[in-house]
Design a protein around this ligand. Structure first.
Ligand code: DAK
Length: 254
C-alpha cells in the first residue's frame, strides 16, 4: 500500500511511523486515520517487526483536524473514526513508543496515550485543549489520561485545556523521559526491546492491560496462566538454555 498522509519505514526490527501533514502541524484527518489503521495491520502481520516508534523530528500532532469537524453533526462526529484505530494500536502485540517533538495536542496526545512509552523533547507541548472548542477529549483522553496520571490531575488539565511542557508532563507521569532528540532516544529504547522474546513482550502487554480491566485477583490469575503458557515456546527454552550456557539468547518469536 502507498501511504501519503503518513511515512512508514522499517529500520532493523523497528517500524517508524510519522504523520505527514507538516503544514497543518500533523493534524489528524480521516485519511491519516485510515492510513494509520492500515499500517497497524501491516505491522501486526510482519514478524520481522518487533517494536514500533511513532513520531517526527518536528510536530507529533496538533490534534484532530478542527476544520474538518466544524460542521459535523453527532452521527458524523462518531463516524469520524479514531477510536477503533487507536484501540487496535493499543492492542498491538508489539511495544510502541511515542517520540514527541513540538505539539501533541488533543487527538495527537490521545494517539501518544495509546503507545506503551512516551518520550518528549524538552520544549514539547502536550495537552487536551478540546474544552476550548466546546467539546471534550473523545478519542480516549478522559479514560487513558485518568488511568495514567490519576483523575485529579486529568481533571486539572482537561478543565483548563492546559498545554504543559515536558518537565510538567514528566512530573505528572504523562511521559517516561525527556530527551533532546526523542526519535533518537526512542530508537535506542526500540533497539534494546527488539532483541527480547516477542511472545513474552506480547504477554507482558496483555497482562499489564488487564490492570485497567479487572480486579487484582483476576489479574493475578491471568498473569499466572500467561506466565505458564510461555513454557510452550521455543523462546523460553532458548532464554533459559542461553543463561545456563552463559551466552546471549537469540529469540525468534516461536
Ligand atoms: N486542525 C486543523 N488545522 C490545524 C490544527 C488542527 N488541530 N492545528 C494547527 N492547524 C493548522 C493551522 O490552522 C494553520 O494552518 P494555516 O492557517 O496555515 O492553513 C497551521 O496548522 C499552523 O498552525 P498555527 O498558525 O495555528 O500555528 P501556531 O504556531 O500559531 O499555533 C497551535 C500552534 C498548535 C498552538 C495552534 O495551531 C492550535 O491551537 N491548534 C489547535 C490545537 C487543538 O485545539 N487541538 C485539539 C483539536 S480537537 C474523535 C475524533 C477526534 C477527536 C476526538 C474524538 N472521535 C471520532 C471519537 C479529537 C479532537 C481534537 O483533537
Amino acid at each position: 500500500m502507498n501511504f501519503e498522509k503518513i511515512l512508514f519505514s522499517v529500520k532493523d526490527k523497528t517500524a517508524v511511523i510519522t504523520i505527514n501533514r507538516p503544514k497543518a502541524l500533523n493534524a489528524l484527518n480521516s485519511e491519516v486515520i485510515a492510513e494509520l489503521d492500515a499500517v497497524v495491520q501491516i505491522v501486526e502481520a510482519n514478524p520481522q517487526i518487533r517494536v514500533v516508534v511513532i513520531g517526527s523530528d518536528k510536530n507529533f500532532a496538533a490534534g484532530a483536524d478542527i476544520k474538518a469537524m466544524i460542521e459535523m453533526n453527532p452521527e458524523q462526529a462518531r463516524a469520524f473514526g479514531f477510536t477503533p484505530t487507536f484501540n487496535k494500536l493499543e492492542n498491538l502485540s508489539k511495544p510502541t513508543i511515542a517520540a514527541i517533538s513540538g505539539y501533541a495536542l488533543g487527538g495527537g496526545l490521545e494517539l501518544a496515550l495509546v503507545c506503551d512509552l512516551r518520550i518528549a523533547a524538552p520544549d514539547a507541548k502536550l495537552g487536551l485543549p478540546e474544552i476550548n472548542l466546546g467539546i471534550i477529549p473523545g478519542a480516549g483522553g478522559t479514560q487513558r489520561l485518568s488511568r495514567l496520571i490519576g483523575t485529579s490531575r486529568a481533571k486539572e488539565l482537561v478543565f483548563q485545556g492546559a498545554i504543559i511542557d515536558a518537565n510538567k508532563a514528566l512530573q505528572y507521569g504523562l511521559i517516561n523521559e525527556i530527551a533532546d532528540n526523542p526519535m533518537e532516544a526512542a530508537m535506542k529504547h526500540a533497539e534494546k526491546i527488539a532483541v527480547k522474546a516477542p511472545l513474552a513482550l506480547k504477554a507482558v502487554k496483555e497482562c499489564i492491560a488487564m490492570t485497567a480491566k479487572t480486579d487484582i485477583r483476576s489479574g493475578l490469575e491471568y498473569e499466572e496462566v500467561a506466565w505458564s503458557r510461555l513454557y510452550a515456546t521455543k523462546d523460553q527454552k532458548e532464554g533459559m538454555r542461553a543463561f545456563a550456557e552463559k551466552r546471549k539468547p537469540i529469540f525468534t518469536g516461536e
